[in-house]
Design a binder for this molecule. Sequence first.
Ligand code: IMP
Ligand code: MG
Length: 179
Amino acid sequence: MSAEKIVFTSRQIETRVGELGRRISADYAGRELLVVGVLTGAFIFTADLVRVLDLDLSVDFIRVSSYGHATSSSGEISLVKDLDSEIGNREVLLVEDIVDSGRTLACLRRHLLERRPASLKVCALLDKRERREVEVEIDYLGFRVARGFLVGYGLDYAGRYRQRPEILELVRTTEDTSG
Ligand code: IMP
Ligand code: MG
């Protein structure tokens, strides 16, 4: 069994998303934005973020899968669902749930840059810096966290917890001897 510890309340998340929204709206003022959410983890963050952006924008989603364990990625990613839109010459904001090793984000950036967008920036809800293996720039960051496996607000563990309104850390209890 795992215990759950609240790391960020829905109130804290809402406040932070509002702040990010104001910064992004100011930075892109007068320009048209394509917001690209990374499925599935960023679906709630993307939905909340676009509703606080005071901009003309479109939304699209991309899905990648990484060949890894349940709690870490191996860095080899494959494209499971591509964008529906063309991104050439457009201002693109990639929205990720969490950056851990950095491999997923680095791969996605490389992949999208090949299509020559006018600009490509990254907005990530969470940054687990201490675990970084590949340097990637995050232009707009929600929260920095030291460690731990986080769920809720779109993030899952084995498909569960995505619907929880807060961000939780799963803490292993002593009886847990599996995996
Ligand atoms: P990276 O490639 O190691 O940076 O891993 C990034 C991806 O792994 C994220 O998009 C998440 O899907 C997943 N991930 C990494 N850490 C966590 C976590 O604490 N909770 C849930 N998913 C995570
Ligand atoms: Mg993800």
